[in-house]
Design a protein around this ligand. Structure first.
Ligand SMILES: Cc1cc2nc3c(=O)[nH]c(=O)nc-3n(C[C@H](O)[C@H](O)[C@H](O)COP(=O)(O)O)c2cc1C
Ligand SMILES: CCCCC(=O)C(=O)O
Length: 369
């Protein structure tokens, strides 16, 4: 599948428009929607509107280098792919297409525990680092098996998502009675474990029902030792929004953190991820890299997050827009466009490499109350 000739996407939102025209309404709602009033979804975007850039001039910007290093891997771009479930909802290639797109762009791909293609097939299509995202399943043996499988396939880190002891109340999915069709499944989990995600019911999301059954809400910091015993891979915690939890994460030996409110899909009323970033970066004090996701819709947004202390940013919905619009080429298109925009902002702010994209490059105003 290729992009229609008439559409030459100039922004990530152009991919959004193409994707919207191609996807079934309930799938569209699942992707775009958030929890409850969706005020955190909106806050994520609004935060970037409060950023002012502080340009420096007469700096040689003939080459702007977006290259970076993350947990020992070189990346051509600090813009990577956040874990999102079930890519076959938007394109038949699913995560294999996404992995090809990430490889073409030289970007990190975080694979969801709910990937609709096997981790082995995804790894075979990948060209750069893959990280495997997990939810803490009640069935620990299934979790242990998946960790071994991910490591054997070549994944370079485990990402534990810690902001979803239960799924957010997503009214769009409940109203749509959203459930997975028979052709799409969690390819890396025992089908019995995800059966409930396929059973539609009026007024409820089958994914939410499934999550209640499958995800263990009793997990605490002390349980991280169990994960550590099962894998030597670096452990990344996704969904940290406070300095207190960032300090605990460092004390428990996390190798990286992702500042995230899950794209506004979990706790409605959580802060914009950009607003939480400085607090987390300060608490981490350089002990490990901090990444950010939520509302990044272009290179200028990425620039702001990097300047405020993120080592990399991850895109959630925009990657699904790219995949829906053009398969692997669409994913590469989204990542390349965001990276080109980042390089452009670096040139116009006089910051030719990421080391020079520091706190002096931006002002983030607080939101008027
Ligand atoms: C359709 C969809 C599915 C998602 N699935 C997962 C998932 O399986 N695991 C996870 O940790 N986060 C998941 N997320 C959250 C993303 O990893 C990420 O935090 C969020 O999408 C970032 O915000 P953005 O979409 O505004 O870029 C999902 C998000 C979306 C939109
Ligand atoms: C049970 C599927 C959860 C996927 C997810 O994390 C999300 O939709 O945000």
């Amino acid at each position: 599948m290729t992009l229609p000739q008439t559409v030459a996407p100039a922004t990530l939102h152009d991919y959004e428009q193409v994707a919207r025209g191609r996807l079934d309404g309930a799938v569209w709602d699942f992707i775009e929607g958030g929890a409850e009033s969706e005020r955190t979804v909106a806050a994520n975007r609004r935060a970037y509107g409060r950023v002012s850039l502080r340009p420096r001039v007469l700096v040689d910007v003939s080459v702007c280098d977006t290259g970076t290093e993350l947990l020992g891997a070189r990346l051509r771009t600090p813009v990577g792919i956040a874990p999102t479930a079930y890519h076959q909802l938007v394109h038949p290639d699913g995560e294999v297409g996404t992995a090809r797109g990430a490889a073409a762009a030289g970007a990190l791909f975080v694979v969801s525990i709910y990937a609709s293609r096997t981790v082995e097939d995804i790894a075979a299509a990948a060209g750069g680092p893959l990280w495997m995202q997990l939810y803490w399943l009640r069935r620990r043996e299934a979790l242990a098996a998946l960790i071994s499988r991910a490591a054997a396939a070549g994944c370079r880190a485990i990402v534990l998502t810690v902001d979803a002891p239960r799924l957010g109340r997503r009214h769009r999915d409940a109203r749509n009675g959203f459930a997975l069709g028979p052709g799409i499944r969690a390819a890396n989990l025992d089908p019995a474990l995800t059966a409930a995600a396929h059973v539609p019911g009026a007024g409820r999301s089958a994914l939410a029902t499934h999550a209640v059954e499958a995800v263990d809400p009793s997990v605490t910091w002390a349980d991280l030792a169990w994960l550590r015993e099962r894998s030597d891979l670096p452990l990344v915690l996704k969904g940290i929004l406070t300095g207190e939890d960032a300090a605990l994460a460092v004390a428990h030996g996390a190798d990286a953190l992702i500042v995230s409110n899950h794209g506004g899909r979990q706790l409605d009323g959580a802060p914009a991820s950009l607003d939480a970033l400085a607090e987390v970066v300060a608490a981490v004090g350089g002990a490990c890299p901090v990444l950010l996701d939520g509302g990044v819709r272009g290179g200028t947004d990425a620039f702001a997050a990097l300047a405020l202390g993120a080592r990399a940013v991850l895109l959630g919905r925009p990657v699904l827009w790219g995949l829906a619009a053009g398969g692997a080429a669409g994913v590469a298109g989204v990542l390349d466009l965001a990276t080109e925009e980042l390089a452009h902002t670096m040139a116009l702010t006089g910051r030719p490499d990421l080391a020079s994209v520091d706190a002096s490059a931006v002002v983030l105003r607080t939101e008027a109350r």
